[in-house]
Ligand binder design. Sequence first.
Ligand code: ADP
Ligand code: MG
Length: 565
Amino acid sequence: MDKYQILKKYFGYDTFREGQEPLIDSILSGRDVLGILPTGAGKSLIYQIPAMLMDGITLVISPLISLMKDQVGSLNQAGIHAAFLNSSLTTGQYYKALELARQGRYPIIYVAPERLVTEEFLDFALHAKIAMVAVDEAHCVSQWGQDFRPSYLKIVEFIKKLPKRPVVSAFTATATREVRDDIMDILLLENPKVLTTGFDRPNLYFGVQSPKDKYGVLKNYLEMHPGECGIVYCLTRKGVEEVCGKLKEDGFSVTRYHAGLGDAERKKNQDDFIYDRYQIIVATNAFGMGIDKSNVRFVVHYNMPKNMESYYQEAGRAGRDGEPAECILLYGGQDVVTNQLFIDNSQENQELDPVARELVAERDRERLRKMTYYCFTNECLRDYILRYFGEYGENYCGNCSNCLSQFESVDVTEIARALVGCVKSSRQRYGVNVIIDTVHGANTAKIRNYRMNENPNYGELAKVPSYKLRQVINYLLLNEFLTVTNDEYAIVKLTAKSEEVLGDEAQITMKMAKEQEHQAKEKKEKKSRKGIAAGLAGADFTEADEQLFEVLRSLRMEIAREEKV
Ligand code: ADP
Ligand code: MG
């Protein structure tokens, strides 16, 4: 059997997910690996499939008894012999399992790390053929994380005792550099293949619209996507009923789902959608948990959800098959008000004491603000999402409604020159923030000197806002015109390509968000209420819109504050 056959036969899947295959191939070629993939990405398969193909036993180190039981349970169900060795077994069971292991019954054995260097286990391991040691939740070796487990340090001790070094594979969802480096150093990975897959889902298109006639826009959208399956999310049950009713009248193949329906009807409607008896399901956020329908081509949010976490989770149900799919958010001012009401009247929060309740509500309002801002940013939507989840995207993805309509190519040669020049003239001693400050005209002798001698335009550049300078620095780093030291100081350094930027022929253009009309206007008018409003939405405003402007104003102030620090 090969890896594809195992995937199909034992796990029932036709295709690998992103990142799985290259890591499996590396393991099979005998190379150590470190896989950094988000939760739910499918890390287990990456060691389970090679375990079935390698000559010898795979030991899986896992931190929790419950995780081991889960996994071994599923493997046995799938028809794969696996066992766990941990403190939940009685002595009798433990010896029995070891005995079966000795007879070669298990290609996969889950072991608690503290068992590894015990006498009984070593006695087994030293006489068995251990093909691989797979370290799950490998961030537990690092004291940087919150889950440090001293017993994970026994893993290396154990591996060193083995007569032949097995392949060592390590997996985690924690992507920080410290943890990653710790894993490689502490587990003594040998020239590992390191693979990180991000939270990004490149096949998803993201779009935001705030139409006056929402239903009309939805109907139009659906007419443009005949024969495709999709989900339409509404905030309320009432919304679901209304939208579903209208769509039905207009002849669409549509069903509905919300917590107000009886169990039987919910189950039926869900199955109707999953098995393609209806193309469209209109639903509240009650729909979707644990549903793995791969051919969802669009997720339309008829209302803005309460936060980015919900949005990304719900939108992410589109395009699971990796084919292009669309995530459209139809925003209306009323959505902010509705969500605000949900926060104020949250049932769950009623059970908390008043102080905790207020803290939770404050957190939720903050999340709502960031969600709202997503609907109004003119930056790349994907970048906004990734930054929200703590990753760095590029500032232009080319596959979202902002990139396609609101971006323009900007010649940033002068800015790039100033930045690289600044790194050079300050003798490569500063991090990104100091460099930005410097370009912004901290009035030191060094800078005055630099400005006079090397770049007469420098003065103008002091007016470029920080976020733009940051975008250009990111661009320079991504394209290796600059680099940054791999330590806690993160000092910006020159590279072999830096001189290209300083040369006369240099021309550097990058995609940047157009400054929106309303932003420009706002600056001029020093923003009266109507000033912001006029740019945003058009003529007349509801109370909901007014509330939104309030939210936006405070957000802008926050962002301005963050820019300063
Ligand atoms: P992780 O450890 O990365 O959080 P798991 O290994 O627990 O993720 O897998 C999460 C889910 O994804 C499981 O239900 C698993 O069966 C499923 N899965 C893994 N690989 C695939 C695949 N290639 N196709 C479809 N589903 C997969
Ligand atoms: Mg896992």
